[in-house]
Design a protein around this ligand. Structure first.
Ligand code: NAD
Length: 286
């Protein structure tokens, strides 16, 4: 059995998901190295994490000691080679196959042969990311949901060549992080995103037809018992990421019309209106 409970972890991508993953890992006692290709992004992420943990402490939702340990356990690094001794890498970078592939190929030259390589991809085939790796059996999907510290589900995604022991180690680690993992095969969108795509698509279709406003759609769905409406959820996810996921699921389903990406969402991406992370999407957060 592969043991990950004490090991050092490298999180790559200090955006919405990487920051949340680093928090959860550090909170559970792991030493976490945080890397981002964009200069200063990891420092900015730690700064905003500090603010959000301070807020939790001030509301009595986290002890000051846990906040201190969590922050102490996260180390920003400038080079991937500064994290050679990790047992697990969790990648949370941009949702693009070629970029993820190139990163994992580079990582294989940095980390040990035993190191598990996990991708937080929402939709890209784990089998395809592993293509070209020297150790494709070490690659597995570890798909968290947003916001990571709050959402329990983790999809543990096995590609064609993933070693079942590797998938089991990620399953066990997710449980140790108080998550609820589920094993799944690498098929387009895995479980949740396969079902969620038509949910977003219907909302976007209604906007295109001017049936109702984002606020009206969200209000209706919430009154019907959903925790969030589709428009505010897309703003939370980030339209760039959501659009990439839809495009990837559409392509992976041989351009099945049900998964056609929306022009409305493309326009938001083109205009840099990415949702909460840019300050404006369907709603204004400034
Ligand atoms: P994000 O845009 O908030 O952050 C991505 C970060 O990766 C950025 O800081 C960027 O500078 C960095 N980056 C890009 N290319 C890089 C590279 N080659 N090397 C190192 N760093 C690089 O994106 P996010 O929402 O955190 O999404 C990250 C991944 O997680 C994507 O694969 C996405 O599909 C997946 N995901 C997102 C959500 C969500 O709700 N946003 C949920 C589950 C999974």
């Amino acid at each position: 059995m592969i043991e990950l409970s004490q090991g050092k972890i490298l999180v790559i991508g200090a955006g919405i998901m990487g920051t949340g993953i680093a928090q959860v890992a550090a909170q559970t006692g792991h030493q976490v190295a945080l890397f981002d290709a964009k200069e200063g992004a990891n420092l900015k992420a730690i700064e905003s994490l500090t603010k959000s943990l301070e807020n939790l402490v001030s509301r009595g939702k986290m002890s000051p000691e846990l906040m201190q340990t969590t922050l102490q356990n996260i180390r920003p690094i400038q080079e991937l080679s500064d994290a050679k001794d990790v047992v697990l890498v969790i990648e949370a970078i941009v949702e693009k196959l070629d970029v993820k592939r190139a990163l994992f190929q580079q990582l294989e030259t940095v980390v040990s042969e035993q190191c598990i390589l996990a991708t937080n991809t929402s939709s890209i085939s784990v089998t395809a990311i592993a293509n070209g790796l020297k150790r494709p059996q070490q690659l597995v999907g570890m798909h968290f949901f947003n916001p990571v510290p709050v959402m329990k589900l983790v999809e543990v995604v096995s590609g064609l060549q993933t070693d079942p022991e590797v998938a089991n180690a990620i399953f066990t680690l997710s449980q140790a992080w108080s998550k609820v993992p589920v094993h799944t095969k690498s098929t387009p969108g895995f479980i949740v995103n396969r079902i969620a795509r038509p949910f977003y698509a219907e909302a976007l279709g209604m906007l295109q037809e001017q049936v109702a406003s984002p606020f009206e759609i969200d209000s209706c769905l919430k009154s019907a018992g959903f925790k969030m409406g589709p428009c505010e959820l897309m703003d939370l996810i980030g339209h760039d990421t959501n659009f990439s996921v839809t495009s990837s699921v559409y392509e992976a389903n041989f351009y099945d019309k049900r998964f056609t990406p929306s022009l409305i969402q493309k326009e938001l991406v083109d205009g840099g209106l990415l949702g909460r992370k840019s300050g404006r999407g369907f709603y204004d957060y400034s």
